[in-house]
Design a protein around this ligand. Structure first.
Ligand code: SF4
Ligand code: SF4
Length: 347
């Protein structure tokens, strides 16, 4: 049974604001020892997204790391899709445009997997789907880490929180490809009207409609989102397989840091889409609050229970957002040894 600290979004006093809540959570979750170089892992949001975690939340954690004697750096990794995170130069620029700068956070922003996502460290995980995974080098080489996740919906995993942040956000490009490659799609030639939209969005030059070169494709499926004709079709079991890989890959950063990781789930602005979307959709439930813990599986389980508790009132559940059951990746993470779904809420 893992301890989870919960601070409610429903507050009426300044002494209960998010800064003060994080200060109360931090001592329960901090892995920081004096002299540690500490990764503070965030997702600064795609440019155009306005519901990502706020810089002041990150600043609060950074200041607490410094107080604990650590040397913090704030970090994120490059993406497989085209946008403002495809390379380190664009990622640093995009993060600054969303308000994440040294001045706002009191720590430098470092891209963990290098200029083009090629810097990682191979970690043995011995999973059923993945025997090893590549973790972004600045994450793998840190002494300890605080993972700050915005909890929200996600089209591929149903929900994105701490486990997804480990099993995707902490990987280098090769690691992300290993998780995504089960999604390599094909084009239905009878539906394809040769509009070329998919060619525009594919960062890897894999598409010559109606053909997809699977030796170049990494399965991240931005082409399927772009196709108005619904002509791009991933394998029918892609979502389940991808979630299983995601859950297993979460063990990579945990092993690299020998478990010295604390987790904060910021459960505000719950949009159906993730912070990789370059827009923010309508919230599907009210703000819930902040949850923290040392066990990412327990933390996501507790967060999902809070979200589902609110959705149940309307006769719904997080499954209804995308028709995807997020427990697949949470259970895969539990099975490989990332944590335990049983939790006790305190605080
Ligand atoms: S976006 Fe769809 S319709 Fe257009 S070329 Fe690509 S597969 Fe064909
Ligand atoms: S073909 Fe589609 S899934 Fe493959 S890399 Fe290009 S955009 Fe991504």
């Amino acid at each position: 049974m893992s301890e989870i600290i919960f601070k409610d979004a429903k507050i009426t006093r300044p002494e209960d604001n998010q800064v003060e809540q994080i200060k109360k959570i931090f001592p329960h979750i901090s892995p920081v020892e004096k002299g540690d170089i500490v990764a503070v892992k965030i997702h600064p949001g795609e440019y155009g997204n306005t519901t990502h975690v706020r810089p002041v939340v990150v600043r609060t954690v950074v200041d607490l790391v410094i107080e604990a004697g650590g040397i913090p750096f704030v970090t994120d990794t490059t993406t497989l899709y085209r946008g403002m995170k495809l390379n380190a130069a664009d990622l640093i620029k995009g993060a600054a445009m969303n308000g994440f700068t040294h001045a706002s956070m009191n720590a430098p922003f470092i891209v963990a997997d290098g200029l083009r996502g090629g810097q990682g460290r191979e970690i043995q995980i011995d999973g059923e789907a993945l025997s090893s995974i590549t973790v972004a080098s600045a994450v793998a080489e840190a002494d300890s880490m605080i993972v700050i996740s915005h909890s929200k919906g996600h089209p591929a995993s149903g929900y994105g929180g701490a486990v997804k942040h480990l099993g995707m956000g902490c990987l280098d490009r090769a690691g992300k490809i290993r998780v995504h490659e089960v999604g390599k799609p094909s084009i239905d030639p009878e539906k394809c009207v040769q509009c070329g939209e998919c060619v525009e969005v594919c960062p890897w030059g894999a598409i010559t409609p109606p053909e997809i070169d699977h030796s170049k494709c990494c399965g991240e499926l931005s082409c399927a989102d772009a196709c108005q004709q619904e002509a791009i079709i991933p394998p029918s079991d892609a979502t389940d397989k991808m979630q299983n890989r995601l859950g297993e890959a979460a063990l990579g950063p945990i092993k690299a840091l020998r478990g010295r990781i604390g987790y904060i789930n910021w459960v505000y602005d719950l949009t159906p889409g993730c912070d990789c979307f370059n827009f923010s959709g309508e919230r599907f439930v009210e703000d819930i609050g902040i949850l923290g813990g040392r066990d990412p599986v327990a933390l996501d389980s507790a967060t999902l229970d809070k979200i589902n508790g609110q959705m149940k009132v309307r006769g719904s559940s997080i499954y209804n957002l995308w028709g995807v059951n997020p427990l697949i990746h949470i259970e895969a993470a539990e099975k490989i040894g990332c944590g335990n779904r049983e939790y006790e809420i305190t605080g």
